[in-house]
Design a protein around this ligand. Structure first.
Ligand code: AVJ
Length: 311
């Protein structure tokens, strides 16, 4: 029997392809190859969010650790390679435990092993799962001990539509009640900069997008022409989001587990939204979700923000 996540991918892909407007969750980008491609994206000269957020963490990590406090349990949603949390852990006093949640199991466990080598005394409790659902968490610190603090960097919150983001934030506010959430949020900016960040000159983002179909080929023997789809990413200004699509270059059949789906030329499978916010707009959303907005750190160009939200 196949692992649960793969069953989820096949079922969701069938569901997406059967709809008149086709869209699928971007969480399916992150198999092993996809996770590695995403790390390459983070190094691209055009992809400003990662290095801007790293700089903010490097510059203000001590202030952030002050808000996190001593003996805290740190929970990271969508942990990935654990590069950013290192900059917090360098300052946090006696962390009670670190709970990274990620959908990509082997990738997460490898990253945890590397982090453990650097922090031998740190209690690391990895959770392999989909953080968009309320996964079971290890027990919170005893009352009177440290607080529970969430860490959600990278502007992954931008993958949600605003109503989904509201729901996710409300769920985390419940999980973190009495503590806080440190969350990275990409800001509205010159559409040309946004366009370049999702249409890099080396084509890494294109490979990342197309990997979704390649993953279906690897895992379920999906049949389609290798050159039948191309990467499409553009800024939808009225909706304040980057949209990524897999664009069918001609009329063709995509065959999945014995079912044929037809694509016309120009038809797409919508693979990702990446919403951009203003600082005030995001704070208003957080407030509606049950948080009290606290300090915000931004870079000099106002490209990216990190928010402290009191739960
Ligand atoms: C990980 C969701 C924050 O939206 O910028 C990067 C993913 N997609 N390039 C983003 C992504 C294409 C990224 N997030």
């Amino acid at each position: 029997m196949k692992p649960l996540t793969e069953q989820g991918f096949a079922a969701d892909l069938h569901r997406a392809l059967a709809q008149p407007t086709r869209s699928i969750s971007p969480k399916y980008f992150y198999d092993e190859l996809g996770s590695a491609l995403f790390e390459q994206i983070c190094e691209l000269p055009e992809y400003y969010p990662t290095r801007t957020e790293f700089a903010l963490l490097r510059q203000h990590g001590a202030e952030m650790a002050e808000l996190i406090g001593a003996d805290a349990q740190l929970i990271e949603y969508g942990a990935g390679a654990l590069g950013k949390v290192r900059l917090l852990l360098a300052h946090v006093e006696r962390p009670q435990s670190f709970v990274p949640i990620d959908i990509s199991g082997p990738h997460l466990l490898q990253a945890c092993a590397a982090l453990q080598a650097e922090h031998p005394a740190l209690k690391i409790l990895p959770v392999v799962g989909d953080f968009t659902h309320a996964v079971a968490l290890p027990a919170a610190p005893e009352p009177g001990a440290g607080q529970r603090v969430g860490f959600f960097p990278g502007s992954s919150v931008g993958n949600f539509t605003p109503p989904q983001a509201l729901k996710f934030l409300a769920m985390t506010a419940e999980q973190l009640r009495g503590g806080g959430l440190l969350i990275g949020v990409d800001l509205i900016k010159d559409p040309a900069l946004l366009h370049a960040a999702y249409n890099d000159s080396q084509g890494v983002t294109a490979r990342f997008n197309l990997n979704l179909l390649e993953r279906a080929r690897r895992e379920f023997g999906a049949q389609f022409a290798a050159d039948g789809f191309s990467h499409s990413a553009f800024y939808n200004a009225p909706l304040r989001r980057i949209e990524m699509h897999l664009l069918s270059m001609r009329r063709q059949i995509f065959s999945l587990q014995g079912i044929d789906y037809e694509f016309d030329a120009g038809e797409t499978l919508h693979t990702e939204n990446s919403y951009k916010y203003s600082v005030a707009g995001f704070q208003a959303l957080a407030e509606r979700a049950g948080y009290r907005p606290g300090p915000v750190w931004t870079d000099a160009q106002n490209w990216f923000s990190l928010h402290w939200l009191q739960a």
